[in-house]
Design a protein around this ligand. Sequence first.
Ligand code: ADP
Length: 192
Amino acid sequence: MINLVLFGPPGSGKGTQSLKLQEKYQLMHISTGDLFRKHMRENTDLGKEAKSYIEKGDLVPDAVTIGMMNDKIEHSPEAKGFIFDGFPRTAAQAEALDRFLNEKGTPVSKMIALNVDDDELVKRLLNRGKDSGRADDQDESIIRNRIEVYNEKTLPVASFYEKQGKYVAVQGVGTIDEIFARLCAEVDAING
Ligand code: ADP
């Protein structure tokens, strides 16, 4: 069983690459952002709570996020492994995920980070905002806040996995296929 954490700032391409990895390695892709947006569309209590944070570009509180993620894993017994996209995004989330997966005997195999500089991120997100309809992608100050929150709260998660010898980073700029090939080389190295 392979459990991947795909890591990187907003707009680094985690979603795009997750879809390709999911197909190639037959893993289940779980994106906390997608799950939150589904709850918001369906106007659930969780969705209503998440909305107030997401529209400012802040993180949804850990308790809500961790609960939603554990529930999703618990309800996916058929999965042969997972790609975690957008999770864990805080030290507390990383600790909770480790505890949860270790109890199941299926720990995180590797965290792979996508490196992309800030100006390229802002450009990509504003571009995505034009046709995705995502309000959080249409306002440069919200985008800059998300990048700031990432640098402050999420970057430390990399050292959490680095200490376990599970962290690698690849260049996240290039064509989609070039970046995918870099990721596949890292996945293929897991059992090799
Ligand atoms: P991006 O990576 O482009 O910012 P996502 O779709 O991953 O987009 O996330 C959108 C928003 O959902 C984030 O800005 C944040 O408010 C919320 N969110 C997603 N994942 C988490 C998480 N693990 N913890 C807290 N909030 C989250």
